[in-house]
Design a binder for this molecule. Sequence first.
Ligand SMILES: Cc1cc2nc3c(=O)[nH]c(=O)nc-3n(C[C@H](O)[C@H](O)[C@H](O)COP(=O)(O)OP(=O)(O)OC[C@H]3O[C@@H](n4cnc5c(N)ncnc54)[C@H](O)[C@@H]3O)c2cc1C
Length: 430
Amino acid sequence: MTAAQSSFARRRLLLAAGGALLLPRARHALATGPQLRVVVLGAGWGGLAAARAVRSHLPTAEVVVVDRGARFFSLPLSTAWLIGRQDAALLDHDLAEVARRGGFRFVRAEVLSADRTRRVVATAAGDLRYDWLVVAPGIREDRLPWVDGDPEAAEGLRREHSAGIADSESARALKTRLSAFSGGELVVSIAGGPARCPPAPYERVLALAWWFTQRRLKARITVIDEGGGIAGFREAFDDHYPKMIRFMPRTHIRRVDPSSRHIVTDFDELPFDEALLAGPQRAGALAGMLGLLAPQAEGRDGHWAAVDPLTLRSRADECVFVVGDAVGEVSPLFGHFPKTGHMAARHGAIAAAAIAAAARNRVFEPTLPDSVCFVHHSIEPPELTRIEMRYRIRGDGEIVQEMDQRRINQPRGEDRAWAGGMFRDALGLL
Ligand SMILES: Cc1cc2nc3c(=O)[nH]c(=O)nc-3n(C[C@H](O)[C@H](O)[C@H](O)COP(=O)(O)OP(=O)(O)OC[C@H]3O[C@@H](n4cnc5c(N)ncnc54)[C@H](O)[C@@H]3O)c2cc1C
């Protein structure tokens, strides 16, 4: 066991025994006061929740949130929005206005790099000094292997054929493309894990099949899945759309040629009229640029940020916290926390509490996160499933994950009520 691992094990055991953590104060931590500055990179679910919670724990600190986009747009409920069954108003929020109401500063800019020794972040709008940094960059998708490693071609694929799951820009572009789709061959690819909200792509396939039927489009949807699929959804594909949906499990994309509109898989060459191509997911590029990824060793893939699971503190830098989907393996029992907005918001709150404790040199009493996700198995008649993940610390100090999955008969907007609650209480959007 390395020194770092044994210190981690000691802290987990302390927690298991009902103890609290005294986090090491950052070497240069300033006393709380007007000059303390917490910078949050990314204004998605994790970043906004962190900003809101820091504001409430440290009322005199300056909180600055940086994002390349001017608006928050929720991917949860975006499938209903894509098929015209959810108004954009609930999902779409002006970040400058959210910041004004929440009492933090919003800087719209691309984050370019950071000098962690000087604690300065470089953005396209200028440099920002920080005392504490929260990094919440979400995910990126790696399409390079499909285009012989050509970055320009991969960027072209992202622009023209994304599945609309990595960011709001691609979700908006997907809506425009789908509105223009007049039928034919649609290919949807589903990447292997770890992945953002794993049931979401299957729910989307069913929603599209329903929508195409309503619009009387002659379309066939071919699903290329790196994994084996999810049983409930495979049954729904077969039961409701046996002629429209063709499911190809355990199939890898080898190459994509956007000009001839062909996809080469392990077994086939598939032509397409439209394609929603989700590449293998990685932590948002920012995590790599800031040197926060786990080393590629001991079975780790090195694509995700290395953090302390109880505090979300980066293993590379005690002044830096990483929250949300970018977080890597946290448990030998279950691997990653689920990559959901709910979980990202809980991470933001945990990191904020840890920062407040460290800034004040107080004991930190960690709380474990939870996650809730809603998925539709059918649009009409509506069938909804609620998936909840809960965590506890086992006697030996390991975090244990428990799942509670329930079908909701005759749903009445439970998913919207959940989203509204999160938007109001955790993110401060409403
Ligand atoms: C179709 C679909 C349905 C889903 N349904 C659910 C659900 O029901 N429940 C649920 O809890 N979750 C759901 N999710 C998952 C949820 O959307 C994600 O888990 C959540 O968005 C992760 O939050 P995050 O803060 O880690 O990343 P994000 O929300 O993606 O935020 C990252 C932010 O960082 C910014 N950023 C990144 N790099 C830079 C840079 N270099 N400079 C400036 N800004 C940068 C981005 O612009 C973005 O705003 C769903 C996802 C999808 C795709």
